[in-house]
Design a protein around this ligand. Structure first.
Ligand code: NAD
Length: 441
C-alpha cells in the first residue's frame, strides 16, 4: 500500500514513520519548508524517544519520504491522513482551518480513489465538512473521482508515542462504507497481529470517542487534584488515599496522581472544544466546566505555597525550577504549567534559573531571556532560595539531597509532582512542600 500523511508534527511524523516501519510506502507532507528540509537531512522537528533512529532507518530503506508538495505526496495514495493541528480558536472551539485547507488541497490534486482520513482531533461533523471540501474541489476541476472519508483519531502519548502507535490499546476507525473499512483494515493489519483490537464504528462516534477519552482523563486529574487540596486542609495524605482508591478495579491505579494541573497540546484544548460543541448544540457540560476551572486553579497551587512560605514577599528571591515541558520525555511546552508558575514568579520580582533535559529550546519561544537556562539540574540550584520540581523527569527523582542542600541558599523544596518522600525530606532537614499532604513548614 501507499499512503500520504499531511502534517509532520507529533502525530503526523510518528504515524508516517510507524507505517513505514511495517513496510508501507509513506510520503509525509508539510507546508513548513524548513521542517521538510531538516527531515530530509535526518533532523527532527520534535523530540520523541526512539523516533530519530526509526526515521533514518525507514528513509534509508526508501519507504519514508518527505515533501512540501501535496500533489506529489498524495499521488496514487490509497489513504491520505490529515494530521495537522486543530488549535483552539478564540472561543475555545477547535479551529478547523488547517484541516479543511488540506482537504481542499487533496481534492485539487487527487488522481484516483482514496480514503481521506482525519487523524487530527476534530469535532463531530468535521468528516462531513471534509467531504464537502473535497467534492467542491473535484467539481471545480470538472472531474469525477470516487473517494471515502474516515475518522481515525489518534491516542498516542507524547514521550511513549512509538510504542503507543505500534502496540495500541485500540484503533478506532469511523467509516461510512464497506470499501473504506476494507482499506483501513488492510492498512492496520500489521498492528493487529498481536491481538491489538480495531474498533469500527460510524464516523460521528469515532470523532466523539477522542474527545470523550481526553475529557475522561482530564476529569480524573482534576478530580484527584480537588481531593488532594481537601486532603491537605483536612490533614489526610493523598498518597494513601490514592493507593486506597486505586486498588478498586473500577477506579484503577492509573491517572490518579495529584499534581499541578494538566497541560500539553491536547487536554486543555479538547476539554474546551467539547464544552463549546455542547454549548453550540444547546447542552451544558457541567462536569467538564468544573474540570477546567479546577485545572486553572491547580496551576497556581505551587506558586501560592512558595509565596506563603516566604511570608508573602518574593522580591529579589531566586527560584530554581526543575522541569519545563508539560510532562517528562517530551519537549512540548504547549500549555505547560511551568509557564504559569514561572510567569507568576517573575511578576513577583523573582529571578528564575531553570533546567529541563530537552525542552529548554522550546521554552525560549515563550520565556526568552527572562529566565536563565542552567547547564544541568545542579547548576540551576546555585544560590537559589528554593527548588521547585515542576516536571517529573526520571533524573529528578533521586538526586543527592546532600548536594541539593549545599547548593541551595535555603533547604526548601516545592514538589509539584510528589516525587519525594516527606519523611526523608524532613529527616534531611528540608522544608518540603508537596501536593495534598500537610508537610513541614
Ligand atoms: P503539530 O502542531 O505538532 O503538527 C502539525 C503540523 O501540521 C505542523 O508541522 C504544521 O506545519 C503542519 N501543517 C499545518 N497546515 C498544513 C498544511 N496545510 N499542509 C501541510 N502541513 C500543514 O500538531 P500535533 O501535536 O501533531 O497534533 C496534530 C493533531 O493531532 C491535532 O488535532 C491534535 O489534537 C491531535 N493529537 C495530538 C496528539 C499529541 O500528543 N500531540 C495526540 C493525539 C492527537
Amino acid at each position: 500500500m501507499k499512503i500520504a500523511v499531511v502534517g509532520t508534527g507529533y502525530v503526523g511524523l510518528v504515524t508516517g514513520t510507524c507505517f513505514a516501519e511495517v513496510g508501507i510506502e509513506v510520503t509525509c507532507i508539510d507546508i513548513d519548508q524548513k521542517k521538510i528540509d531538516n527531515l530530509k537531512q535526518g533532523i527532527l522537528p520534535i523530540y520523541e524517544p526512539g523516533l530519530e533512529e526509526m526515521v533514518s532507518r525507514n528513509v534509508a530503506a526508501g519507504r519514508l519520504t518527505f515533501t512540501t508538495s501535496l500533489a506529489e505526496g498524495i499521488k496514487d495514495a490509497d489513504v491520505a491522513f490529515i494530521a495537522v493541528g486543530t488549535p483552539p480558536g478564540e472561543d475555545g472551539s477547535a479551529d478547523l482551518k488547517y484541516v479543511l485547507a488540506v482537504a481542499r488541497g487533496i481534492g485539487e490534486h487527487m488522481n484516483d480513489y482514496g480514503v481521506i482520513v482525519t487523524k487530527s482531533t476534530v469535532p463531530v461533523g468535521t468528516a462531513a465538512k471534509v467531504r464537502t471540501e473535497l467534492e467542491q474541489a473535484l467539481s471545480k476541476r470538472g472531474v469525477t473521482i470516487e473517494f471515502d472519508v474516515a475518522s481515525n483519531p489518534e491516542f498516542l502519548k507524547e514521550g511513549a508515542a512509538i510504542d503507543d502507535f505500534l502496540k495500541p490499546d485500540r484503533i478506532v476507525v469511523g467509516v461510512s462504507s464497506e470499501r473504506a473499512e476494507e482499506v483501513m483494515r488492510k492498512l492496520y493489519k500489521p498492528f493487529l497481529l498481536n491481538g491489538h483490537p480495531i474498533i469500527f464504528m460510524d464516523i460521528p462516534s469515532a470523532e466523539m470517542t477522542k474527545y470523550a477519552a481526553n475529557s475522561m482523563l482530564a476529569t480524573k486529574i482534576s478530580f484527584m487534584n480537588d481531593i488532594a487540596n481537601l486532603c491537605e486542609i483536612m490533614g489526610a495524605d493523598v498518597n494513601m488515599v490514592r493507593k486506597g482508591i486505586g486498588s478498586d478495579a473500577r477506579i484503577g491505579t492509573k491517572f490518579i496522581y495529584p499534581g499541578i494541573g494538566y497541560g500539553g497540546s491536547c487536554f486543555p484544548k479538547d476539554v474546551k472544544a467539547l464544552i463549546k460543541t455542547a454549548a453550540e448544540n444547546g447542552y451544558q457540560m457541567q462536569v467538564l466546566q468544573a474540570v477546567e476551572s479546577v485545572n486553572e486553579a491547580q496551576k497556581e497551587v505551587l506558586f501560592d505555597k512558595v509565596k506563603k512560605h516566604f511570608g508573602g514577599d518574593l522580591t529579589g528571591r531566586k527560584m530554581a525550577v526543575w522541569g519545563l515541558s508539560f510532562k517528562p520525555k517530551t519537549d512540548d511546552m504547549r500549555e505547560a504549567p511551568s509557564l504559569v508558575i514561572i510567569e507568576k514568579l517573575l511578576a513577583e520580582g523573582c529571578t528564575v534559573s531553570a533546567y529541563d533535559p530537552v525542552a529548554m529550546d522550546e521554552a525560549k519561544h515563550s520565556l526568552g531571556n527572562r529566565i536563565t537556562y542552567a547547564k544541568d539540574q545542579f547548576d540551576a540550584l546555585v544560590d537559589a532560595d528554593a527548588l521547585l520540581v515542576v516536571t517529573e523527569w526520571p533524573e529528578f527523582r533521586s538526586p543527592s539531597f546532600e548536594v541539593v542542600g549545599k547548593l541551595l541558599k535555603q533547604k526548601v523544596i516545592f514538589d509539584g509532582r510528589n516525587i519525594y518522600d516527606p519523611i526523608e525530606m524532613k529527616e534531611s532537614g528540608f522544608a518540603y512542600h508537596c501536593i495534598g499532604i500537610r508537610t513541614a513548614h
